[in-house]
Design a protein around this ligand. Structure first.
Ligand code: FEO
Ligand code: CA
Ligand code: CA
Ligand code: CA
Length: 668
């Protein structure tokens, strides 16, 4: 029985219009402050960012491509204080880089200079940065805070859980397979009630080089597995880091991105053929203790991890974490801890030891969506069902193998292929789980590949090229666990909303009846307002962020807020899908919500960006949002253009803070 008072959520702002301006637009009565930009110095004595391509030392500066973020409160004495809304740590991901803006004249072609490659590596990873609110309500970050920290692809990490020490994790750097270096392409996130951050490795596969012919040097199972994760023979590796000739000839900081088996190496401890197996994990960081190495939690499986957001925690129940694998046709997963939640653990001092307790043992499940609005969580347990050495498509050797190759295990179990699973969010009142399915193309999921949970296939003429057919605008699913328990192996689901332009066919495409105040495309970031706000009431507003290519001719990427209701609110919707040649897929009738006036556009970003990453202070009065890769269309100059429309400086990814001019709760 919940004892909190639930305030019926309402949307207390006027919708903003779609925009192509090079500026963040928010509703009347709200203000935007640019807080933390690419290159901003976080350590004392580091010079201000010149933003001309000549800067270096990114392990002491903000990284690039700000992504998911979370606010961790600090007390006046600098200790953990979850309730403090005036001082805290922002932990955020730096997913990727825009090479052109990091060097004076763009990147030098291969062989890459070491200084350029080092800068590019260090601009990836994670920031921990202290932020404070001054007496007048203004926000700034604190250069030189002892808690400021960068985790980069060079930071030493620990491997934990069932796959740690597996022979498939052994490398020249870590012959026993228990340690690694860094984290990369960190996309969405999660938090724990014991005060740690979960950062998720998404498109890591494409950083690896594998030479033509390497498949022949591997066992058939290895070649299958590398291909399934996109580490294909013939891949050159993002940014050609392996072409660096380091000044220190013994350094493997660059050669470690070459996963080609070295014919002169006796085994995997002599090269980096297994280095790709050290990526694709959920990584736990203690933001309050910069001395602690991040821990890769292998029990949660190796994927193209988007996020890892918890369900509701309940004393005595085993907690669950929900995870999307962002690829066309990939799956939705959850991890259920083996340990029942003990609320006292929320206050423990050794936070990563609590992580060991809850995140190193448990069961990984993958979702199968049934046409009748039910679903099943299928366990990835070695020895069960097809997950045995006798499995034809890939012989599983042990539980470590199942976790390292979770995608292959999910294939064998017959899970439902999805339209690119991105973030999840948990309604703090109902416990329902929302998932964004950002989009899919006709090649990723053809007309005859539709199913009840991925039901739309249409033509959006405003989208370029082959991507215009399929589900270019994406949708949002909602799951309700059986008995509202994260331990459940059954769930119910519906479609909360379909992305669409308001002008698209209302019968088969714009099924959620979106209008000019709320039409959107390619939902990605997803977040519920924190359960408490300044009024001490629950405020379950759902926030939706877009990463779009389909609707950017009409509007830059955006963020919307919703009062989402509950599973089943939407009633049945019938869809008739028609292919390019007039072929028709079977008509499907599904349960789909029509959010209508309960969904409203709150923000539109500057040119070329995506909107990603969102959290607030516990009181809800400051909303932090990340603006990722502004100006990537080649025309933008944000954030300088936020206050000077004629600015011509290089664009920079940045965190903004949004406040209400009357100091109220944002969104209400
Ligand atoms: Fe990094 Fe799935 O977006
Ligand atoms: Ca994303
Ligand atoms: Ca995305
Ligand atoms: Ca992105």
């Amino acid at each position: 029985e919940s004892t909190v008072t639930v305030t019926p959520a309402r949307l207390g702002f006027d919708a903003v219009s779609k925009s192509l301006e090079d500026k963040v637009i928010v509703p009347a009565g709200y203000s935007v402050t640019v807080l933390y930009r690419l290159g901003d110095p976080i350590k004392g004595g580091v010079p201000a960012y010149a933003n001309n391509g000549g800067d270096s030392g990114f392990d002491d500066r903000a990284g690039d491509h700000h992504d998911a973020l979370f606010y961790y409160g600090l007390s006046a004495s600098g200790d953990r204080d979850d309730a403090n809304s005036n001082r805290g740590l922002l932990v955020m991901n730096h997913e990727n880089i825009t090479q052109d803006f990091l060097h004076p004249n763009g990147p030098t072609p291969a062989p890459r200079p070491e200084s350029e490659a080092l800068k590019e590596m260090e601009a990836h990873g994670v920031s921990v940065v202290e932020v404070t609110r001054d007496a007048a309500g203004g926000w700034s970050y604190v250069q030189g805070s002892a808690l400021n920290r960068r985790v980069t692809p060079l930071t030493e990490t620990e491997l934990r859980g069932p796959a740690a020490g597996s022979d498939q994790m052994r490398t020249r750097f870590s012959p026993d397979g228990t340690r690694g270096r860094g984290t990369i392409n960190n996309c969405a996130n999660g938090y724990t009630p014991w005060g740690t951050n979960l950062t998720c490795e998404e498109n890591w596969a494409f950083y690896f080089r594998r030479d033509e012919g390497d498949d022949a040097a591997r066992t058939p199972a290895e070649a299958t597995a590398l291909g399934r994760y996109g580490v294909r023979a013939g891949n050159g590796g993002n940014f050609a880091w392996t072409t660096v000739q380091p000044a220190d000839r013994s350094s493997t900081a660059y050669s470690r991105w070459n996963a080609t088996a070295d014919p002169e190496a006796a085994d995997a401890t002599g090269d980096f053929r297994n280095e790709p197996n050290q990526f694709g994990w959920v990584v736990e960081i203690d933001p309050y203790d910069p001395s602690k190495a991040p821990r890769k939690r292998t029990a949660l499986g190796r994927l193209g991890h988007e996020g890892c957001w918890p369900g509701l925690f309940s004393d005595g129940a085993r907690p669950a974490f929900y995870m999307g694998d962002d690829g066309r046709g990939e799956y939705i997963y959850k991890f259920v801890s083996a340990a029942a939640w003990s609320a006292g653990d929320a206050r423990a001092d050794d936070r990563l030891a609590i992580g060991d307790k809850y995140l190193d043992r448990g069961t990984l499940y993958v979702a199968r969506f049934n046409a009748d609005g039910t679903g099943d969580w299928l366990p990835l347990i070695f020895g069960r069902g097809p997950l045995t050495p006798g499995n034809a498509s890939y012989p599983f050797r042990d539980q470590a193998d199942v976790l390292i190759h979770a995608r292959l295990a999910a294939d064998a179990l017959g899970a439902t292929r999805m339209d690119r699973p991105e973030w999840s969010a948990t309604n703090p009142v109902t416990g329902e789980i929302y998932f964004t399915l950002t989009n899919n193309s006709a090649s990723g999921r053809p007309l005859n590949g539709t199913d009840a949970a991925n039901p739309r296939h249409y033509n959006d003429p405003t989208t370029d090229g082959e991507d215009q057919r399929g589900n270019p605008n994406g949708h949002i699913l909602r799951l309700k666990e059986a008995n509202d328990s994260g331990e459940a192996t059954r769930f119910a689901w519906d479609v909360y909303a379909f992305g669409a332009g308001a002008d698209l066919d209302s019968g088969n495409v714009n099924l959620s009846a979106l209008d000019a105040s709320n039409d959107f495309s390619s939902p990605d970031g997803l977040w519920f307002s924190r359960a408490t706000n300044a009024a001490g009431k629950v405020n379950p507003l759902l926030w939706i962020q877009t990463d779009d290519g389909a609707y950017t001719d009409v509007s830059n990427c955006m963020m919307l807020a919703a009062q989402p209701g509950r599973l089943g609110d939407g009633g049945p919707v019938t869809i008739t899908n028609v292919g390019a040649d007039g072929a028709m897929a079977a008509q499907s009738t599904i349960v789909g919500a029509a959010p209508g006036t309960n969904l409203r556009r709150f923000l539109v970003g500057p040119k070329g960006c995506e909107i990603t990453g969102i959290d607030s202070t516990p009181d809800g009065r400051a909303l932090f949002v990340n603006i990722q890769h502004p100006g990537d269309d080649g025309n933008g100059h944000w954030p300088a253009t936020q206050t000077d429309s004629g600015a011509t400086s290089r664009p920079r990814s940045a965190t903004i803070v949004i406040t209400k001019d009357d100091d109220g709760v944002v969104g209400l």
